[in-house]
Design a binder for this molecule. Structure first.
Ligand SMILES: *Cc1c(COP(=O)(O)O)cnc(C)c1O
Length: 482
């Protein structure tokens, strides 16, 4: 019997030919050797199922049953791993989902930069070699009030190269309460120490005073450092030394003040219920000599580490050998320049930079978008789920504004069968996947992080997830769905 089942299995080439006839789009989108390997894996799965007695009915090896299973397997396993997802969590800067969504202008600029050659390091005024940084330095100086600027791969790199250039071999005085972990168990003090600087910690976890810094300064001190603890807040008995006060102390001793701003914003979001984040310009104006911040957190641009500050210091950082290792690529540069240009006009930035627009979306706008999403979902899901609107909260994310919740209107989907948890799991396997939240047995979608154009797509994948049978999970062994 088992032998008969083994013999009934089709040959690899027969499977490939059958796929070609029935699934031309899949075959066109999947490189041939990959498709062949997937067919082999699928057939191996069948053989294992036969051996282990899980597959005993020859009907399941007939082309009518086998082919759809094979096609679904190949589509799932052969698709690119890095894909688009729909973010319905309401967390605007979600590191797991790529942080900021780029403005349309930045996307266009990336396409232009990489479709053909560019003047990345070509000075068009002279025809000689130019500098890639010249494309954004003036913009950054205009937007922050700084004398000079440099951009590297990300903010962790910005901290590393700044300290390597200014502090290697010396002591840097920093408040104990500011030595933060930034997620993925990366710790700012570890990055700092890689530069070869020794950290001289002062103050207590909750309080640090001007005299703590002054007492720690000695002949080995090369800089004072402040880390903006944007991802947590101390409430209660707490004190800090302001940028202006610390700059005054640093300059009195002839030392530079370095500020790692983390998020770094060009806009003030206090009117949107997000107070307390200093703008980059205000930190530069308060006297910090070097300020580092991320391109893809509150700024809403591509992943980048932006360093602005005094000309002599930025020149020293530019000459540091790490600059070559940490330099940004042309696509990032294109996206960053386009994003920064939007910030030249504040109102334009609030409208056109998706991160800024999502952070400042008006409650009425969110309610309207939630209503549209709810009616789409009701039409798509019919009697499979109950859909209602509930008030809720969104978060900025990315370690920014940790204690500020933004009011929103959520769409709650309560499946009539199978439960919200199963719906959430199935939505990981739709094309595109949709990520939302679970609360009180409902699956919640927050319209804050969904674009208007994504609403029909969101409704379609939720319907698909409510309709699918189980077994669509890519992590499952082949044949499990048969
Ligand atoms: C996020 C953060 C960083 C790291 O920035 P990346 O751009 O993710 O490398 C460094 N310092 C602080 C304070 C941060 O919040």
């Amino acid at each position: 019997m088992t032998q008969a089942l083994f013999r009934a299995l089709p040959a690899v080439d027969a499977c490939l030919n059958a796929l070609e006839a029935s699934e031309p789009a899949l075959v066109a989108a999947t490189p041939r050797p990959l498709l062949r390997a997937l067919v082999n894996r699928f057939l191996d799965g069948c053989r294992a199922a036969i051996r282990e007695g899980r597959l005993t009915d020859p009907i399941r090896l007939s082309p009518e049953v086998l082919l759809p299973g094979l096609a679904a397997f190949a589509a799932r396993e052969g698709a690119p791993r890095f894909r688009r997802v729909l973010n319905a969590t309401g967390v605007v800067i979600h590191t797991n989902m790529g942080r900021s969504v780029l403005p349309a202008e930045a996307v266009e600029a990336v396409l232009n930069a990489c479709r053909g050659y560019s003047n990345l390091e070509l000075n068009l005024a002279t025809g000689e070699r130019g500098s890639r940084y010249s494309h954004v330095e003036d913009l950054l100086c205009t937007l922050t009030g700084a004398e000079a600027a440099l951009v590297v791969n990300n903010n962790a790199a910005a901290v590393l190269i700044t300290m390597d250039a200014l502090c290697a071999g010396g002591e840097v005085v920093v408040a104990r309460g500011q030595l933060v972990e930034i997620g993925g168990s990366f710790r700012i003090p570890d990055v700092m120490e890689r530069s070869g600087a020794a950290l001289r910690e002062v103050g207590c976890t909750n309080r640090v005073h001007p005299q703590d810094y002054e007492k720690a300064i000695n002949e080995h001190t090369v800089a004072l450092m402040r880390v903006h603890t944007s991802n947590y807040r101390i409430v209660g008995f707490h004190s800090d030394v302001s940028v202006a006060e610390l700059a005054e102390i640093a300059h009195r001793y002839g030392l530079p003040l370095i500020e790692d701003l983390g998020s770094g914003s060009f806009l003030d979001f206090s009117a949107n219920g997000l107070p307390g984040e200093p703008t980059v310009r205000s930190v530069v104006a308060a006297g910090a000599d070097v300020v580092t911040f991320s391109g893809d957190k509150v700024l809403g641009g591509p992943q980048a580490g932006i360093i602005v500050g005094k000309k002599a210091i930025i020149e020293a950082i530019k000459r540091n050998p790490l600059n070559r290792a940490l330099r940004i690529d042309k696509m990032t540069l294109a996206a960053l320049e386009a994003t920064l240009r939007l910030y030249l006009d504040e109102e334009t930035a609030r409208r056109r930079v998706p991160t800024a627009a999502m952070m400042s979306a008006a409650p009425e706008t969110l309610r309207r978008r939630a209503s549209r999403l709810a009616s789409r979902l009701r039409a798509a899901c019919r009697e499979r789920a109950d859909i209602c609107l509930v008030p809720g909260e969104s978060r900025v994310g990315g370690g920014s504004f940790p204690e500020n919740a933004l009011p929103t209107t959520l769409v709650a989907v309560t499946p009539r069968e199978g439960g919200a948890e199963r719906l959430k799991r199935r939505l990981l396997a739709t094309v595109p996947p949709l990520i939302g939240r679970l609360e009180n047995h409902a699956f919640l979608l927050d319209p804050r992080t969904l674009a208007d154009e994504e609403i029909p797509l969101a409704a379609r994948v939720v319907r698909e997830a409510l309709e699918t049978e189980d077994g669509g999970n890519a992590a499952m062994p082949p044949i499990a769905g048969l």
